[in-house]
Design a protein around this ligand. Structure first.
Ligand code: IMP
Ligand code: MG
Length: 331
């Protein structure tokens, strides 16, 4: 039976999905690692054998000798993609393991030029929005139309029954085109439905790992960060700058409701909360946002253990069977 384990973001991207996917891919359990949405607007910073590697499109299977698939829900800019393969090749990874779904869409230079004029949403200027628009308008080009990709083309939906796929998402649930704070969203679906749209049955989903950070970050045109000098420190300590654009990420405290709603809607079996050490280093800022009398209040805890207990309690109240794990920064 085909089985898919999913890694998805529960906030606004940059939760550390790349790190978690990489940990899971190293288990030897998977036949494929597949990206299921987005394009090179994403940036995964991961540490492989102590070496920092930044990828935008290629899934991390290649670090473990596993076929790495860019799924039908993704969009690909040929030159950027080939450059990324060259970068990975130079680092010593076998890029012949990289496959592209025949029906993934192609980002053109015109898409990038159009997107680069955006000031309204604060996009990553990687051409994603215009490319998905052309897909929906049915005037787009697909990977199968590009001769340079012919050796890499795959139909992932026509899968073998014994496939064990690790499916990694880009962005996060609150950047989802439908569920996010429209128009301050990305152009693709980021939730569990997006995995199925790559050509799979819901029965193929074996487990869903949701990833969050111990605080929240967002990059884009809307105002998100409130006044608090500790946010600047968190940005520095947590290196919260866009992996794709270098833009400073806006910071906010961990929003309990936001993360729990994302867990419920996406059927998360295991929640991983990253980067606890950053709050510790910034003056033990053990804060969360939680609704109180219908408005969001900041609740402060004296220490890490009270912070964790509060989150665990809230998770247990809503999702008693969900596992919860806390992690520190990478390496
Ligand atoms: P686009 O996906 O480039 O169109 O950008 C739309 C919004 O999503 C902007 O606010 C981007 O900053 C945000 N965004 C897109 N991809 C990522 C990501 O991988 N991490 C964080 N934010 C992202
Ligand atoms: Mg990122």
């Amino acid at each position: 039976m085909i089985k898919i384990d999913v890694v998805l973001g529960l906030q606004y991207g940059d939760e550390g999905k790349g790190k978690i996917t990489n940990q899971m891919a190293s288990s030897g359990k998977y036949s494929h690692v597949m990206r299921y949405n987005g394009g090179s607007n994403a940036g995964h910073t991961i540490y492989v054998k102590g070496q920092k590697v930044v990828t935008h499109l290629v899934p991390c299977g290649i670090f473990h000798g596993i076929p790495s698939v860019i799924g039908p829900g993704c969009v690909v800019h040929l030159d950027k993609f080939l450059k990324e393969l060259e970068y990975l090749n130079n680092l010593g990874y076998f890029t012949h393991l990289v496959k592209v779904a025949y029906n993934a869409h192609i980002v053109t230079d015109d898409h990038i030029e159009e997107d680069s004029k955006d000031t309204r949403i604060g996009t990553t200027k990687t051409g994603n929005g215009p490319c998905y628009r052309d897909k929906v308008m049915r005037v787009g080009k697909r990977a199968e139309d590009i001769p340079e990709l012919s050796d890499m083309i795959i139909d992932i939906a026509d899968h073998g029954e014994d496939y064990k796929i690790l499916a990694e998402g880009a962005q996060g649930y609150w950047l989802d085109i439908d569920s996010g704070d429209y128009p301050y969203v990305t152009s693709s679906s980021c939730g569990i439905g997006a995995v199925l749209n790559n050509g799979f049955s819901h029965k193929a989903i074996n487990s869903v790992v949701g990833v969050a950070k111990a605080y929240s970050t967002y990059v884009g045109a809307k105002s998100y960060q409130s006044e608090d000098p500790r946010f600047e420190e968190i940005r520095k300590e947590g290196q919260e700058y866009g992996a794709t654009t270098g833009r400073p990420r806006q910071i906010q405290w961990f929003d309990v409701d936001e993360v729990l709603i994302a867990c419920i809607r996406n059927g998360v079996d295991k929640l991983i909360i990253n980067k606890l050490d950053v709050l510790e280093k910034v003056d033990n800022s053990w804060n969360v946002m939680s609704p109180w009398a219908n408005k969001k209040e900041i609740i402060n805890f004296d220490n890490k253990s009270d912070f964790k207990s509060f989150i665990l309690d809230e998770c247990y109240k809503s999702l008693p069977n969900m596992k919860v794990e806390f992690q520190e920064s990478p390496l």
